[in-house]
Design a protein. Structure first.
Length: 256
């Protein structure tokens, strides 16, 4: 009986990580100038489709597709590098052309544009140590030291939030509003602070300080990695289109 020979997928790419692959654990330091990844195979596609939340399995897919070096600590890697690797995997596997529907305010309708993932600007960190300071806060004048989050942090935030809702069915509001800071804040005014202290600190924080902390944290994180603020020209009317590049169903399942 004739057999079909199937060669291994040859597509690989060595990429420079914008945040050098730093982990979010001080006792498990990791620094990677670059990694080599291979294209996804049917095995990774099956893994992606095995979860109702496709992005919850992204760290496992990334780990499976890293060719070199071995034993990269993906779960504790910062999310800026994780997102960068995810975009490179998509381009390597399915091509760089990404078709998205975005609103045209002039025509008051959605139009289809094509974004070349290989042309997205990348901002690399220079001498980043893994932590950054925000402050003084406008009301308390505290200086808050924060770190980047990781896939494991996001898992723990989801777990903690579910636990609160299950334990306290009458809980008012979204527990993530507080819980996420347990995995972001490391120090206040230069002094290390425990998770229990962080919870109390954030809960009692002046609303003005909280809004400031939220904005400045996002501003700091957005400095690095992929610049997903897009500018395109409407193919229908020629108007300017400014949008944040969305991740849609076409990201890992492009149209053919």
């Amino acid at each position: 009986m004739a057999t079909r020979k199937q060669r291994e997928v040859p597509f690989q790419e060595t990429i420079n990580l914008p945040m050098k692959g730093i982990t979010t654990l001080p006792d498990n330091e990791q620094s990677l100038e670059s990694i080599t990844i291979r294209a996804m195979t049917t095995a990774e596609e099956r893994l992606r489709l095995s979860s109702s939340n496709a992005f919850s399995v992204i760290p496992n897919i990334i780990k499976s597709c890293i060719v070199d070096p071995e034993n990269v600590d993906v779960m504790n890697m910062n999310m800026i590098d994780i997102n960068f690797i995810m975009y490179r995997l998509r381009a390597l596997t399915y091509g760089s052309d990404y078709e998205v529907d975005v609103p045209c305010n002039k025509e008051n309708k959605f139009v289809t544009v094509h974004v070349n993932l290989n042309e997205i600007e990348i901002h690399e960190a220079k001498d980043f140590t893994g932590e950054f300071e925000i402050g003084p806060l406008p009301k308390s004048e505290d200086v808050v030291t924060c770190r980047l989050t990781s896939p494991r942090d996001l898992q723990r935030v989801e777990r903690d939030c579910r636990r609160i809702i299950k334990k306290y069915p009458d809980y008012v509001g979204d527990p993530e509003f507080i819980i996420k800071w347990l995995y972001r804040i490391t120090k206040v005014n230069g002094e290390e602070i425990s998770p229990a202290e962080i919870r109390g600190y954030v809960e009692k924080m002046h609303a003005h300080d909280n809004a400031y902390l939220e904005d400045k944290y996002e501003d700091e994180v957005s400095k690095y990695g992929l610049d997903l603020d897009m500018f395109e020209i409407c193919p229908s009317c020629g108007a300017d289109l400014e949008f944040r590049l969305p991740i849609t169903g076409e990201f890992f399942r492009p149209r053919y």
